[in-house]
Design a protein around this ligand. Sequence first.
Ligand code: PGA
Length: 239
Amino acid sequence: MLIAGNWKMFKTPSEASAFCRALRESIGDIEGVDVAVCPPYVSLANAIEELKGSEISVYAQNVHWAENGAFTGEISTAMLKDLGADGSIVGHSERRQFFGETDLDVAKRAKATIDAGLKVIACVGELESERDANQTEAVLARQMAPIVKEIGAHERLVIAYEPVWAIGTGKTATPAQAEEAHAFIRGLLDVPILYGGSVKADNAAELMSQPNVNGALVGGASLDVGSFVALCAASAVGA
Ligand code: PGA
């Protein structure tokens, strides 16, 4: 089971150092749970430095597919590797919604990251309007198609199912809704599948105990050391 904290655009480099120092001291060894943090680019080096030699992994929140080139504002896989990052999230719904990323862009980012020997958490998930229109499976199939085609079932690939209506809203998918979507995704690609969307310490155990839920991608509840450690510990119950 993997519990990954997606910090989004929170935590400066010095805040990241303080957080990671405290996380390392308080996390202990939670049986069956791998822990990762995903700081913004400028705070990656601090997180990596503080967590060196620990079991906690560090992922970026995005990465470009080209080796290098005229891509202002982008970061390459070689840069992440050189820094000592373990991998990257790709295709988060905020990237898709606010920065125009397409399903193909996401698959290209994921493929380049895998090819560089890094790990990937590739995100998929439907909008509320799509769920209401019974389009959830069609949307997931469309988003997954280029990932399945470009990469397939790879040992360094993890999918995160994040229904957009559940992200940062406090409206968590029910364990049954999560399980249904995860089972559908697993039918397309048999890799670990994380659930994301308002996961907290008090709903983690039930979500994580679903047979096709293999971990969580956590936003808000990952920003405070105490709540993140509590969430990781609660997830162990479902591991
Ligand atoms: P949330 O975010 O836990 O704050 O809902 C999850 C995510 O966007 O990865």
